[in-house]
Design a protein around this ligand. Structure first.
Ligand code: SF4
Length: 292
C-alpha cells in the first residue's frame, strides 16, 4: 500500500462537442458503408482506429471523397468551400461542427460584413482557426498572441474573436494591447465554456499537488495549452498520451498527483492512469520497505 493521493479534475473527459461528433460519426457508419472523415475526428489513435474498423477513413481534403458518398465535418468545422464542393459533387455531408465553433464562424463573418478589421486569436495552422477565417471570406487575420500585433497595420475599427480553446489570459493580453491603438474595439469572448471550466479546474488542482499529469494527444492544441497552464503554476507537469508512459521515478518524493485531460481524451484514459499511478506507487513503497 502507498499513501499517494490522486486528485482528478472533474471537468476532464470528452467535451460536449467531441461527444456529439463521436455520436454523429458512429451513426454515420451505421447508415453508410463508407464514410470519409475530413481530417482525424479527434487526436486519439485508439478512437480513430475503432472508427476505421467501422468503415470510416480519414482524408485530408474533400477532393479525395468520391462523388455521391458520405463525408463528416469534424467539431473544428470547415470552410464554406467544403460545403459548396459537397453540394456540387452530391456528397452527403454529416456536419459535426461544434455549435460553439459555429458561433465563432458566424461572429467573424458578421464583423467582416460590418466592415471591422477582424482578428482571430488562435493558432495559424489549426483547422478551427483556418475555418473561422474561411467563413470570414478570408478577410480575417489570425494572431497567435499580443506580440504579433507589432507586425499588423491596424485600422481604427477592430473586432476580435478567438479559437474556442484559447487561454483567457491571452485574450486579455490581446485586448489590453489593442485598446490604446484603436478607436473602436469589439470583442466577443468565444472561448467555450467547457474549455474555460476545464482550464480553471486544472489550474486549481495543479496548484495543490506535487505532480500534475495531463493526458491527451501530443498534437492536440487544447491539451498542450492545459499542460502550459499547469506548468505555469510551478508544479512539475508531465504531458502523456497513455498510461504506459508513466515512469516510477516521477513519483520520487511525490505525495499528491493531479490528473487532467484534453477535450478529446476518452474517460478510460484517466482511469488507466489512475490505476497505473497507484500500482507504481505501491511497487515503490514495497521496494522502499524491502530496502530498509
Ligand atoms: S472544446 Fe468547446 S468548442 Fe471545442 S468541440 Fe469541445 S465543446 Fe466544442
Amino acid at each position: 500500500m502507498s499513501d499517494l493521493r490522486i486528485i482528478g479534475v472533474d471537468e476532464a473527459g470528452f467535451c460536449f462537442g467531441v461527444k456529439r461528433a463521436l455520436q454523429l460519426a458512429h451513426q454515420a457508419t451505421e447508415e453508410h458503408s463508407e464514410v470519409a472523415c475530413l481530417g482525424p475526428l479527434i487526436h486519439n489513435s485508439q478512437v480513430v482506429e475503432g472508427l476505421e474498423r467501422r468503415g470510416m477513413h480519414v482524408v485530408d481534403d474533400i477532393a479525395e471523397v468520391s462523388r455521391g458518398s458520405a463525408a463528416l465535418v469534424r467539431a473544428h468545422g470547415a470552410g464554406p468551400d467544403v460545403y459548396e464542393q459537397a453540394q456540387k459533387r452530391g456528397i452527403k455531408l454529416i456536419d459535426a461542427t461544434c455549435p460553439f465553433v459555429r458561433r465563432v464562424q458566424q461572429a467573424a463573418a458578421r464583423f467582416v460584413e460590418e466592415r471591422y478589421q477582424v482578428l482571430v486569436l488562435g493558432e495559424r495552422d489549426h483547422p478551427e482557426a483556418r475555418a473561422i477565417v474561411a467563413h470570414a471570406g478570408g478577410r480575417a487575420t489570425i494572431v497567435q498572441d499580443a506580440d504579433e500585433l507589432k507586425q499588423i497595420d491596424l485600422t481604427d475599427r477592430v473586432a476580435v474573436v478567438c479559437q474556442t480553446t484559447q487561454r483567457m489570459d491571452k485574450l486579455q493580453a490581446l485586448v489590453a494591447a489593442l485598446m490604446p491603438r484603436v478607436g473602436e474595439l469589439r470583442v466577443v469572448n468565444t472561448i467555450c465554456d467547457a474549455t474555460a471550466k476545464r482550464q480553471k479546474a486544472s489550474l486549481r488542482v495543479a496548484s495543490q499537488v506535487d505532480l500534475m499529469i495531463v493526458i491527451g494527444g501530443y498534437h492536440s492544441a487544447n491539451t498542450n495549452r492545459l499542460a502550459q497552464i499547469c506548468r505555469a503554476t510551478g508544479t512539475r507537469t508531465k504531458h502523456i498520451e497513455v498510461a504506459e508512459e508513466l515512469r516510477a521515478e516521477w513519483l520520487d518524493g511525490v505525495r499528491t498527483v493531479g490528473i487532467t485531460t484534453g477535450a478529446s481524451t476518452p474517460p478510460e484514459a484517466q482511469e488507466d492512469v489512475r490505476r497505473q499511478l497507484l500500482e507504481l506507487a505501491a511497487a515503490g513503497a514495497a521496494e522502499h520497505r524491502g530496502g530498509t
